[in-house]
Design a protein around this ligand. Structure first.
Ligand SMILES: NC(=O)c1ccc[n+]([C@@H]2O[C@H](COP(=O)([O-])OP(=O)(O)OC[C@H]3O[C@@H](n4cnc5c(N)ncnc54)[C@H](OP(=O)(O)O)[C@@H]3O)[C@@H](O)[C@H]2O)c1
Length: 324
């Protein structure tokens, strides 16, 4: 059994990791670190786990575990790793954006590999340190990677994506307060969202010209999931676009292209990304949907762990969609 540690256990992505790993046949949770809840049962932060696990949060890390997941806010991963020196054998999967960009990928002598399996599975299989992609970044890259590889993304790309409130983490803020969020919608960080950096690096990795990415993020009136739409000028036919996507994702276990228009609930609570293509005049519209906490965070982190340890890529990730 792989011994795993989780840091930031009372947060949203930490909680999702606990839920997944408790049911993962190849993993035993060794410890769940918390700055605020040491000594308290896991169910004190995640009441759905009452009666499911006897585990308690701890204020101490076992530095010899096989894998550690860092589920911390920006800046806290490097701080935690500087204060807690894990063994040379410990594989590290960081869910924050600290090590995702090429220029930030080197830390403490280790190279963090960008953990998007659909982009670079081989590099992940051989990695010891993973920078897990952002949630918007995952949805948008999966929508655009086949076009980028084909050299069909040289024109301006307009992207609109709406996230649920869990995307902002567990701490209360004015825009995650029920009274504000319920029956409401708004955009934020227009054209400047921090995930544009990692999206740009991945799309550029094929060496083709990439047009300007115009990304407008929205806050939606729901708790989890991201629905992203991206459109750009495209010369080919819809059938050509479909076969491009089918070919690009033919080996992907979790990313699927469908002829039917998609909606959010078909992927929420799963590690799936669903993609739909639509052509109007000279424009190709690509829609993608993911669960921000699963394919956009903790599910993808476990997918990466499976690859790093030579396990079946989807082990422990056959999850049940909410659907209704
Ligand atoms: N939410 C998403 O959809 C999503 C998707 C992709 C990536 N991410 C990224 O994943 C990371 C975690 O996100 P999240 O949504 O799970 O955040 P979160 O709900 O705010 O949880 C973060 C947890 O980190 C712990 N913590 C806070 N300050 C700390 C410190 N100085 N040292 C150690 N632990 C500290 C806290 O848990 P304790 O009180 O138990 O210590 C806190 O609950 C972020 O970097 C985020 O950008 C999030």
């Amino acid at each position: 059994m792989i011994k795993a540690g989780i840091i930031g256990g009372s947060g949203y992505t930490g909680g999702e990791l606990i839920r997944i790993l408790l049911n993962h046949p190849g993993v035993e949770i060794d410890f769940v670190f918390s700055t605020t809840r040491a000594g308290k049962p896991i169910s004190s932060a995640h009441p759905d786990l009452l009666g499911v696990t006897e585990l308690e949060f701890t204020g101490e890390s076992n530095l010899e575990v096989d894998v550690v997941f860092l589920c911390l806010g920006h800046g806290n991963s490097s701080k935690f790793l500087s204060e807690n020196e894990f063994s040379a054998q410990t594989k590290i999967i960081d869910l924050s954006n600290e090590f995702r960009l090429e220029n930030d990928a080197e830390f403490q002598g280790n190279k963090y590999v960008y953990g998007l399996p659909e982009l670079q599975k081989e590099a992940i299989v051989n990695a010891t340190h993973i920078a897990n992609p952002g949630c918007f970044a995952t949805a948008i890259q999966l929508a655009l990677l086949p076009l980028a590889k084909e050299g069909a993304l040289s024109q301006e790309v307009h992207i609109n994506a709406t996230t649920g409130s869990t995307g902002a983490g567990v701490s209360l803020s004015p825009t995650s307060h029920f009274s504000w969020r319920n029956n409401n919608i708004s955009w934020y960080k227009p054209f400047t969202h921090q995930h544009l950096g990692e999206i740009g690096e991945s799309l550029n990795s094929f060496g083709n010209t990439i047009g300007k990415l115009r990304f407008l993020p929205n806050r939606g009136n729901f708790t989890r999931g991201i629905l992203a739409t991206a459109y750009t000028a495209y010369e080919g036919s819809l059938e050509e676009a479909k076969s491009l996507y089918q070919k690009f994702y033919q080996e992907a276990l979790f990313t699927h292209v469908t002829d039917d228009p998609i909606h959010l609930k078909q992927v929420v609570n799963t590690n799936q990304c669903h993609i739909h293509l639509h052509k109007h005049e000279d424009v190709l519209l690509v829609t993608s949907a993911i669960d921000n906490l699963l394919k956009g965070a903790s599910g993808q982190a476990v997918q990466n762990m499976n690859l790093m340890f030579g396990l079946k890529e989807d082990l422990g990730l056959q999850l049940k969609a909410g659907v209704f």
